[in-house]
Write a new protein. Sequence first.
Length: 498
Amino acid sequence: MAEQPKQPSADNTEHLALWGGRFTSGPSPELARLSKSTQFDWRLADDDIAGSRAHARALGRAGLLTEDELDRMEESLDELQRRVDDGSFAPVEDDEDEATALERGLLEIAGDELGGKLRAGRSRNDQIACLIRMWLRRHSRVIAGQLLSLANALIVQSERAGRTVMPGRTHMQHAQPVLLAHQLMAHVWPLLRDVQRLVDWDKRVDASPYGSGALAGNTLGLDPEAVAHELGFSRVTTNSIDGTASRDLVAEFAFVAAMAGVDISRLSEEIIIWNTQEFAFVKLDDGYSTGSSIMPQKKNPDIAELARGKSGRLIGDLTGLLATLKGLPTAYARDLQEDKEAVFDQVDTLEVLLPAFTGMVATMRFDSERLEAEAPTGFALATDIAEWLVRNGVPFRHAHELSGACVKIAEGRGQELWDLTDADFVDVFKDFLPADKAPKVRAVLSSHGSVSARNGKGGTAYDRVVEQIGEAKSAIMPLATFAGSVSDGPAYKAPGSF
């Protein structure tokens, strides 16, 4: 930037600054480089121009722009938007931020006398606080749509899975048989909660800080409610200091984004494990896998691995933002410039990751025979023995011990529970059940019997899983309305559309 501040003019706007009248010199080159933010905040240009249109109309209503001036101002802003859209106008090295760049562009089009009037009654503080809300609200709907598409892909896979049983695990050890559909649906509900969090967050962020000025409001009789409604907000922030300086709502969005990344990472971990030769539960489509540069046989689950890795990045963005906010006094400080890069990175990450991840999930194929074969192994039916004993009058404390004794015998012989003889069951249960009753425990020694028996609300029985799939579809529809309220449309597809 120039060493001496210059008054902006239509003929010389390349060194425009939105401040500097009381300074005897311009910023040092080092400070200019440190202050520069156009490399990341230029993406707010469309929202800034929309805000400028609304602000110009507020100036007109307040009598600070004549009708002719307002018409020419709006024409100039329309032309600026066209130049931004086609790339003929962009930031230059001397532009401190997107607001400075756009004012330079406006002055080039409208001239100094008219263009210079737009700055009245607003500050970059209330501008940027409003712009980040506008931008995040729009992209929250895109991400919501993408999350719903992923949830829908899992629902479709659940419907395809039907009655297929698989080994359910705790501590990564065989625990109890569950329906594959039940396991897949366990990943749908967290995704829907992520979207619900975005819907709930939007209710709080639906307030415009425009009119707050630097921190105390404006004296020019502007109508912030009209500006708010024009920009898609239902109300205005109640406190001008809070409106310009608080970023808890940005941090809240960052949490939801990080949580979504964690939820995706958990599913990624399962897919990675299921895709190994040792498990061989699932095969990934060639279009959503990669190979090795040296090992011709390799087929790698790169999308799942990248998703798992990027969850750490999303968490890091949240953590960095919280660390920035924790020590700030209650008013605007330049530290708040750091709020944007964190959420910009999160949005960029999720909007690229989610379509690829959804494609992988939608096209993966499960090996039903292998899942069925593995479901009852590893003594996964031990709990069914214990609960059968309880139904036959044995206190659970003893039933647990008796089932464990069956496991011990089978394990010592290298067998599974269903390999035990009638005599084995008679001997183990002799102090609690008559000899003719003990062998009837075999009725529960099948994975499908185990699954069917768990028919309480939320259980893994087939009817209950069909029920929860229906509930998930019903839950999606109002969320899809939120996701569909973005102009360029989300990636969401209605259930059954894959």
